[in-house]
Design a protein around this ligand. Structure first.
Ligand code: GLU
Length: 290
């Protein structure tokens, strides 16, 4: 087993991100309870090894939309208010389901909803950090999402890949795992270029690598593409965490990764105390507008 991967066994504080498309049935958009159950069981098993675990989950908007029988066309009519209303319904539903499954494995889960203020505002950030620390001391598993009901574009983090990296850096996590619908990073889009080569380890995220990301994973739900994931890698690694992009097709990949096996693309921590997270997020936002 390679030494870099073996080091995953010693990680102490792990953030796991999962997206809406990995949590629902493609045919209906309804929650896939078997996958949710496997996810929660995997997280609880990491927790039972004495590690701190955080779950960053989306699905609020998607589940809210299902609950109030909103069609895609209706969502389009008034995207912001309708999405936010759907998120208000869906976030509560999502948490109810998570709480229930975590309880089955004897764990207590908590909800933390963040916006960009949580990063930009010193007080807000400090409060959030204190809350996370207290939750870890209590042995609770925080479940994080963006506060979609109030986060307008201006104060939004925008996508949960970025959010999970922000969380990892804020709480001093040593590993972030992004569960995605792709195996990891390729030198080009593997769907369109058969020559694309899989990248196993990224030691340093330079500009040429940042350009490797393409705009979309092809997924219809969720908001993260490869370029967003590379942005997340920048935030997480500068904050001192390793980051792994791994395929969520089999969620049991989580314990295989934690066991040091070679799955996904590993971005090695590259701590940068001068890294300005607020400025980086502001720049990412500008990029999305243009
Ligand atoms: N926060 C959004 C939700 O829960 C999803 C954002 C994302 O998937 O990146 O629905």
């Amino acid at each position: 087993m390679n030494e870099i991967r073996k080091a995953m066994r010693d990680k102490k504080r792990i953030v796991v991100k999962i997206g809406s498309s990995s949590l629902q049935h493609a045919q209906t958009g309804d929650l896939d309870y078997i996958r949710l159950d496997v996810l929660v069981r995997e997280l609880c098993n990491i927790k039972n090894q004495g590690k701190d675990v955080v779950l960053v989950t989306s699905g609020a908007i998607a589940q809210g939309r299902k609950a109030v029988h909103m069609t895609a066309a209706q969502m389009q009519e008034n995207p912001v208010a309708v999405k936010q209303a759907c998120a208000a319904v869906g976030q509560a539903r999502l948490m109810m389901t998570y709480q229930k499954i975590f309880a089955e494995y004897n764990q207590v889960a908590a909800q933390i909803l963040m916006t960009r203020h949580t990063v930009d505002d010193d007080n807000n950030r400090q409060n959030a950090q204190n809350t996370f620390e207290e939750l870890f001391k209590m042995g609770v598993i925080p479940i994080v999402n963006e506060n979609d009901t109030v986060a307008t574009h201006e104060i939004g983090i925008g996508d949960n890949d970025t959010l999970s990296a922000v969380v990892a850096s804020m709480i001093g996590a040593d590993l972030l795992i992004l569960l995605s619908d792709i195996d990891g990073l390729y030198t080009d889009d593997p769907h369109s270029n058969p020559e694309a080569v899989f990248v196993e380890v990224v030691k340093r995220l330079d500009d040429s690598l940042m350009r490797m990301g393409k705009g979309s994973t092809g997924s219809q739900v969720g908001t993260g593409g490869m370029s967003t994931k590379l942005g997340a890698a920048k935030i997480a690694t500068a904050g001192g965490a390793d980051m792994i992009i791994a395929n969520s097709a089999d969620i049991r990949i989580l314990h295989r990764i934690m066991d040091g096996r070679n799955y996904g693309t590993l971005f090695l921590a590259d701590p940068d105390t001068g890294f300005d997270l607020s400025a980086f997020l502001a720049k990412m936002h500008e990029g999305k507008e243009s």
